[in-house]
Design a protein around this ligand. Structure first.
Ligand code: MN
Length: 206
């Protein structure tokens, strides 16, 4: 952890890793991007066809998007533990990013807004609601997602302290469904209706 408490410090790594003038990704605009929405924070899951295909799940926390890469995407089956590798905080505006990151840029490849919506922190500790920042710092956070494809409770569980490897686990609630496999059956963007090929065809940059 960087120890920075303001949005600017949290996004230093995001800025350092990429040249947004070349990549087409949202610029760091000084306040984390967009308007903070403390009452109904957002989440997004972006399908990212980079050097290896993966999904990125991002939760709005404290004005930025806390981010994890999911090599296999999210599951709706509570018996499946999906690896989630914590990556750098992203600006809030990144939730609206869909397009092609050109060759030679960090994360080069196609980004598709696979799911999005609002979420609620449901992490309880000592009979109270644990703030998200504290829950993540402690390596255990429960969220209730209200997406178009993915909904209900999910647990983010850090595997080892001082490591960036977490597990994302569907909680056993009414939205759990071991027979669904949305990662393989629901291919289109919830923002544009396009699949990866459509985005590549329409937005390829030379
Ligand atoms: Mn990614």
């Amino acid at each position: 952890m960087s120890g920075n408490s303001d949005g600017k410090g949290k996004l230093d790594t995001y800025r350092d890793k990429r040249d947004v003038s070349q990549s087409g990704e949202p610029a760091f605009d000084g306040d984390g991007g967009g308007t903070a929405s403390d009452d109904s924070p957002i989440f997004v899951i972006q399908k990212h066809d980079a050097s290896s295909l993966h999904y990125d799940i991002r939760l709005e926390v404290g004005g930025v998007l806390k981010s994890w890469a999911l090599p296999k995407g999210p599951s709706t089956d509570p018996s499946e533990k999906r690896l989630a590798i914590m990556t750098e905080d992203h600006p809030r505006d990144y939730a609206d990013f869909e397009g092609v990151i050109p060759e030679g840029e960090y994360g080069a490849g196609t980004v598709l807004i696979w799911d999005r919506g609002c979420y609620r922190n449901i992490t309880e500790k000592d009979d109270g609601l644990r703030p998200m920042e504290d829950a993540l710092e402690e390596g255990h956070a429960l969220v209730w997602l209200e997406g178009e494809k993915i909904s209900g409770g999910y647990a983010f569980q850090r595997i080892d302290k001082d490591d960036d490897q977490w597990l994302l686990i569907k909680m056993d609630d009414e939205a759990a469904d071991a027979r669904r496999n949305p990662v393989s059956t629901e291919l289109k963007s919830v923002a544009s209706g396009r699949d990866l090929d459509d985005i590549r065809d329409e937005e390829q940059v030379d």
